[in-house]
Design a binder for this molecule. Structure first.
Ligand code: UFG
Length: 339
């Protein structure tokens, strides 16, 4: 099958391209490299022995996107990752987030509609649930008012797709990710944060390697066993594999309806201190960290009910927290050797 992966040089995108190529699919990447680097395409080739087709342009440019789709009307499916994703940045520049994340989606849906391309896998987030009333979170749990413009773009995107699916006869699987971490076993691809990381695991590994002096643990007064916030961390390769399953599900038409939603997590919640302990175990280092105030906008705890995804997709996240931290650490070490 010929699959378009937007944001295919990014963190989750690159791991998904590897899994698609490993399964024998033909992959076309679109990325504007706004938060990724061109060498990732070579790394993908090094891992898989196959070179994805790569187009560098901005999906908010309608004319260029229209021309791309007209020239690629033989695509069997689209996996759409390309988006801005920093929660804090979205609070300070909401219009940039709405413009980028929504304009690009509109252009992609238009291109699909105009060229008879039916199948879309959409990169969504557990952020659409906010702080859920009941844990674990099911797909049927209510979507709460967004805590950030970033989260709001994910909610609005899901709604936009739902109506586009109805009106134009498209199909979509929206995958709501919990917290993806870790890197490819080869240590050739992984997360490449620009500047100071916002997310926990790159901050931990950068502190471990000495780029950052100390990690700040945001809050120790949450209503959790050790007082630090809990998330459902999932290995990025497990997550990537779910996208291949989702594409196959749409193309082989075994889904339940034209717009499906799945939670992608492990079903286990770990606290910030547990993640730090796992890092210390796999790296053999003592991490320099200190407890500070809560980060504004953070929720207390969230983890997934994965039973629906496990049953329907016949997919299950397999890698442990230690495995996530081990691969994240190997990637950080490989990056420091490259410099
Ligand atoms: N944390 C720290 N110190 C840091 C960074 C994070 O203690 O330096 C804590 C946070 O307070 C939180 C946990 O580590 O409790 C995880 O934080 P991340 O920033 O890694 O992840 P978030 O859960 O805040 O956000 C992630 C994605 C978002 C997505 C969201 C959905 O980055 O894109 O999950 O819940 F929307």
């Amino acid at each position: 099958m010929k699959i378009l992966v937007t944001g295919g040089t990014g963190y989750i995108g690159s791991h998904t391209v590897v899994e698609l190529l490993n399964k024998g699919h033909h992959v076309v990447i679109i990325d504007n490299l706004s938060n990724s680097q061109a060498f990732v395409v070579e790394r993908i080739e090094e891992i898989t022995g196959r070179k994805p087709e790569f187009h560098r342009f901005d999906l908010t440019d309608k004319a260029v996107t229209d021309a791309f789709f007209a020239a690629h009307h033989d695509l069997d499916g689209v996996i759409h990752f390309a988006a801005f994703k920093a929660v804090g940045e979205s609070m300070t520049d909401p219009l940039m987030y709405y413009r980028n994340n929504l304009d690009s989606l509109i252009n992609i849906l238009q291109g699909m509609k105009d060229n008879g391309i039916k199948n879309l896998v959409f990169s969504s987030s557990c952020t659409v649930y906010g702080q859920p009333d009941k844990l674990p979170v099911k797909e049927t749990s209510p979507v709460k008012e967004a805590w950030s413009p970033y989260g709001n773009t994910k909610q609005m995107s899901e709604q936009m797709i739902k109506f586009a699916v109805q009106a134009y006869g498209l199909k979509c699987i929206a995958l709501r990710y919990f917290n993806p971490i870790g890197a490819h076993d080869s240590a050739l691809i992984g997360e490449l944060p620009l500047g100071e990381p916002n997310n926990l695991v790159p901050y931990i590994t950068q502190t471990g390697i000495g780029i950052r002096k100390s990690l700040q643990v945001f809050g120790s007064d949450y209503n959790t066993p050790d007082g630090t916030a809990i998330r459902d961390y999932i290995h990025v390769v497990d997550l990537a594999k779910a996208h291949v399953v989702a594409v196959d599900r749409m193309i082989s038409e075994v889904g339940k309806g034209d717009f499906e939603i799945f939670n992608l997590g492990t079903g286990n919640g770990y606290s910030v201190l547990e993640v730090i302990k796992s890092f210390e175990k796999v790296s053999g280092l003592k991490l320099n960290y200190r407890i500070v105030a809560r980060r504004p906008g953070d929720i207390e705890k969230v983890w997934a009910d994965t039973s629906y995804a496990n049953k329907e997709l016949k997919w299950k996240a397999e890698k442990s927290l230690d495995e996530m931290m081990r691969t994240a650490w190997n990637w950080e070490k490989a990056l420091s050797e490259k410099k």
